[in-house]
Design a protein around this ligand. Sequence first.
Ligand SMILES: Cc1ncc(COP(=O)(O)O)c(C=O)c1O
Length: 384
Amino acid sequence: MIRPLIPKSDFIGIDNIAHLAVGGEAPMLCSHMDVMAQFMKDKSAGAPSRDLQAHTMESARQKCADLLKVSCEEITLLSSATEGINNIAYGLEWNPGDNVVVADVEFPSDILPWTKLSKRGVEIRVVRHKNWIVEEQDVLDQIDDNTRVVAISQVSMFTGQQIDVAMLSKGIRQTNALFLLDITHAAGVVPVDATYADIAVSSCYKWLLGTHGTAIFYWNKARLPDLEPPFLGWRSVKHSGGWKDPLNFSLRDTADRFLPANPSYASIYILNNALKVLAEISEHRIHQHTLALSSLVRAGIEEMGFELMTPVEDHRRGGNTCFIHPDIPSLEQYLGEKNVQIWGSYGRLGRVRVSTHVYNDSQDVDRFISAMHQYLTSQEGPKT
Ligand SMILES: Cc1ncc(COP(=O)(O)O)c(C=O)c1O
C-alpha cells in the first residue's frame, strides 16, 4: 500500500475521487481558502496594501528560486508560461536565416510563438520523435551556427518523457544557441535545476498546486546579461525621470524587468501557500512517490495491451503516464462516472494522460485499473 504524502482531506473535493489529472489541473488545497481571505484583507488595506502584496510576492519568488536552485533576483512571476516564451520570441533580435529548434511532441505554446518569426526569415526546425521518444542527440544534431533558441520541455505533457537536461545543456553550451526549458510538468514533481537552462518557464496550476494567472519566469542573468524585455511598463524600470524627464529611465537589474505591470497577486498568494506545502516534503520523496505510483499505472495499462508512450526507465519519466486510446471521450466519461479522473484533452491528441502526485495513493491506481477493466468489458458487447 502506497500512502499519500499529503492527505486527500487537505484538498477540496477529492476525498472520494481518484484524481489522476494533475497534469491538466491541480485540485485546490483547502488552506487556499484562508489564503484568499488574507489576500482580500490585504487588498483592502489602502496604501499599505501594495506592500503587503509585494511581501507575499517576494516570499513566493524566493520559494520558486529555491525550487529551481537559482537566485531570487533571476525569478519573476508573469501571467503564464506562454507569456514567458513569447518574451523570448519578441525580446531577441532576429536575422533572416536564424533558426529555432523544437520537438514535434511539444506543447503548442513551445512551438507557436516562433512561427510569428517566419516572416522575418526565421526557420523552425522540428525534431521528430522515434516511437514517442525525442532523442537528446537528435535535438543537438539540429543545431548549427544559426540556431538561436532550443525550446523544449523537461517532462513532456504529451508523452511523459523526461529529457536529459544536463546532457542537452552541455551540448547547447558548445553552440551559440540559447536553451529555453519549459518545466511545467517537472517543477513540483521532479527535481529541477534551472541553471542548466538560459530561460525557464513553468505554469503553476498543475504540479505546483497553484492556479491560473501566475507563472514562473527564470532569467539566467549570468548567461544573458543583456537580455531586454519586449514590453515595457512602470514595473520594468528601477527609476525614471518622472514628469520632468519622462524619457529617462533604467531597466531593473532583476528578472522583474520582464514584468511590466502589477502581477496577479491573488494567484501569487495561492502559489506562495502551495509552494510552502510542497517544500515541507523533500523533492526526492515526491519524485520517488510519483515514480512508484506511475509504475503501477504503467503495469496495469501494459497488461491491458494499450500502446504506452512513456519510457519505462525512472530517469526518463516524471509523474505522467501516457497511452494511446481509440475513443478517449467515451473512456473519460465512463471513468468519470466511476469517480476516476484522467486527462484526455477532449480526445484531440489521441492519447490519455494519467498523472500521479502527492495526494494519490495506490488505491487510486487500483480504482483506475479496475474501472479500465470494467470499461473494456462494457465495450465487448453481449457474448453470442
Ligand atoms: C508544457 C506546458 N507548458 C505550458 C503550458 C501552459 O502554461 P500557461 O497556460 O501558463 O501558458 C502547458 C499546459 O498544458 C504545458 O503542458
